[in-house]
Design a protein around this ligand. Structure first.
Ligand SMILES: Cc1ncc(COP(=O)(O)O)c(C=O)c1O
Length: 475
């Protein structure tokens, strides 16, 4: 068996020095006017040529590489995705839910999950997550909330969970939650975008695949050494049809997959598959030294979470956005900032790697010293708003398709039906979902987000302080 079938096939192709009379038009980079380093990479930007298999009908190297992927993660079937976890989430929802079907969904899901539910015209039942006091973020849905949801909605076609959260918080009740859903014949679909490294027998938190979930989607590009967009989808179930998932992946993904991406996925699978005990020990040792070093910096609060790759930094009087700016002045770019803190994703080092942790600690210290001289800009956000454990859309996706909308000042939107998503980004979890009723609490949170300098994606006109809402019908 080859170690990295796609990578090896591409290397053989390269060594043959073939002439290109096929797409892509840059002809192995020769026509490109990009800088040299880019062109060097383009030499490997192949397409589905003899010896390189067919992405949507794999029988050779892609099939071999996907088999290795399934073996590595202990799944029945696994797929390389070339359009991120986004397309994995779309495909798993399409494969399990239809128009009008009830679907249980964690309310702090990624926007791609909401988009999927809207595209299929499902009826989502939102499950409110617990609040995690350590990270000031919503985390997982409690087992009791899931039990109540199944009691009320026993005909639900699926339950969609996110595990771990963007901030690296895991769910200690995940196994029981999956078992409960299965006892009621409900498949469990897990967005594990941030957990592609969650394998390796005790080295990292357990993956939802090992815990018995039916479909699991992982962004390999987030924590493994894969190119951006490169992701995995795993199926480990007789409750979800592999053929259906495969059919939707064929429909939703490009017919011209990037081989650079596929090679990086093949390599990422090999990387995690060969992540040895010594690699893990060495990584944890250097990580812990780094964390201890950070903890000794005055005014810096360091928060550790379940996932050892994630680290949260806080300076008490400043927003995460201000801390982020100071870090960037020192050349340190973090994953995200929010009104409270910044989130770092540490590199999944192997024993052979040397990473300049000491120098990075020095730079972080300089940034924090600059922060100490800055005036307070942190806004007190009240996260304690009461939300019911279960909620539904006030207006169905079907009705929203044809409904008329209007722009109104966001201060006047309480009680109105939101028709444009409002998504603080990152982390990409919608504050307002299309079809939900707008509440005063949420508006207050939006105002706090804006006051603290957050970037808000979605369909809104917040520069003119306007939101898109359903036009009220005249009596
Ligand atoms: C929880 C979660 N799910 C899905 C996605 C989408 O992943 P991708 O960027 O691989 O499409 C993200 C992206 O940030 C995410 O945080």
């Amino acid at each position: 068996m080859k170690e990295r079938p796609i990578v090896e096939a591409m290397q053989r192709f390269y060594e043959n020095q073939n002439s290109s009379f096929h797409v892509p038009g840059h002809k192995h980079g020769a026509l490109s006017e990009l800088p040299r380093a880019f062109k060097d990479v383009m030499r490997f930007d192949y397409t589905e040529l003899s010896g390189l298999d067919d992405y949507h009908h794999p029988e050779e190297v892609i099939a071999e590489a996907q088999d290795l992927l399934a073996k590595t993660y202990g799944a029945q079937h696994s797929y390389f995705l070339v359009n991120g976890s986004t397309v994995g989430n779309l495909a798993m929802v399409y494969a399990t839910c239809g128009e009008g079907d009830q679907v249980l969904v964690q309310r702090n899901a990624h926007k791609s999950v909401f988009h999927a539910l809207e595209l299929v015209g499902a009826q989502p039942v939102f499950l409110t997550p617990q609040w995690d006091e350590a990270t000031y973020t919503p985390s997982h849905v409690s087992l009791s909330t899931v039990a109540a949801a199944i009691d009320y909605y026993p005909d639900a076609k699926a339950i969609i969970l996110t595990h771990p959260t963007y901030y690296g918080v895991t769910n200690s009740e995940m196994i029981e939650t999956i078992q409960l859903a299965h006892e009621h014949g409900i498949p469990v679909l897990v967005d594990e975008a941030h957990g592609a490294h969650f394998i390796g027998k005790g080295k990292f938190p357990m993956s939802a695949i090992e815990m018995g979930a039916d479909v699991v989607v992982q962004s390999a590009h987030k924590t493994l050494p894969a190119l951006t967009m490169g992701s995995f989808l795993h199926i480990n179930s007789n409750r979800v049809s592999n053929d259906r998932v495969n059919r939707y992946l064929r429909m939703l993904q490009s017919s011209s997959p990037s081989y650079l991406l596929l090679a990086s996925l093949d390599d990422a699978r090999h990387y995690i598959g060969t992540y040895a005990h010594e690699d893990h020990q060495q990584f944890i040792k250097s990580r812990n030294q780094f964390v201890d070093g950070l903890k000794s910096i005055p005014s810096l609060e360091v928060i550790e979470v379940d996932d050892p790759l994630k680290l949260i930094l806080r300076v008490s009087h400043l927003t995460g956005f201000s801390l982020q700016k100071q870090l960037e002045h020192q050349g340190i770019y973090v994953e995200l900032a929010d009104p409270e803190q910044v989130l770092m994703i540490l590199p999944l080092l192997k024993a052979r790697h040397h990473f300049p942790f000491a120098e990075i600690r020095r730079k972080i210290k300089s940034a924090v010293e600059k922060c100490s001289k800055q005036q307070r800009d942190k806004v007190e956000i009240d996260y304690s708003h009461d939300i019911e454990a279960l909620s539904t859309l006030a207006v169905s996706y079907k009705k929203l398709q044809t409904a008329e909308n209007e722009w109104i000042s966001f201060t006047k939107t309480t009680g109105r039906i939101c028709t444009g998503m409002v998504i603080p980004y990152p982390p990409g979890i919608p504050l307002f979902v299309r079809g939900e009723k707008i509440t005063t609490n949420k508006l207050k949170m939006l105002a706090d987000y804006l006051a603290s300098g957050a970037t808000i994606q979605g369909e809104h006109d917040l520069s003119r302080k306007q939101l898109l809402v359903l036009k009220e019908e005249k009596e």
